[in-house]
Design a protein. Structure first.
Length: 131
């Protein structure tokens, strides 16, 4: 409890509370961005796999897609050839055998599961499925 007779103590405690709220908001914002990116990368991976299966397009699809997306969104770094390949691997890792990984994916449409998966940073997801 601050000493109200000393305004400096009151201000310092108030400032500490404000800084804590700002930091908490920054963390929430970062988690929201990460969750959105994870869902985007999942969707990109899914669409790449589907197009490659439907059209018998090989890696040329990823190369062309990366080129076209980079032209449309030059400021976004996550649309490179290597990252699109990671998106594809990410999707395949959780949808192909073994069955235990499929069980994890079966819960992805559930909102709580999506929130948990979305909290794993993209780089960590890459490490998980490359090990």
């Amino acid at each position: 409890m601050p000493d109200l007779s000393n305004p400096d103590d009151f201000y310092k405690e108030w400032l500490t509370e404000i800084k804590a709220k700002i930091q908490a908001s920054q963390i929430k914002a970062a988690l929201a961005v990460n969750t959105t990116l994870i869902h985007l990368y999942w969707n990109l991976g899914q669409q790449i796999v589907q197009k490659q299966q439907e059209s018998n397009w090989g890696d040329g699809l990823i190369n062309q897609l990366a080129k076209d997306l980079k032209a449309a969104f030059p400021e976004i770094k996550g649309l490179s050839i290597s990252n699109l390949k990671y998106c594809r691997q990410f999707f395949l890792f959780y949808t192909e055998e073994p069955a235990s990984r499929q069980q994890v994916v079966a819960h992805l449409p559930d909102e709580k599961s999506q929130q948990l998966v979305g909290q794993i940073p993209w780089g960590h997801n890459i490490l998980i499925y490359q090990s």
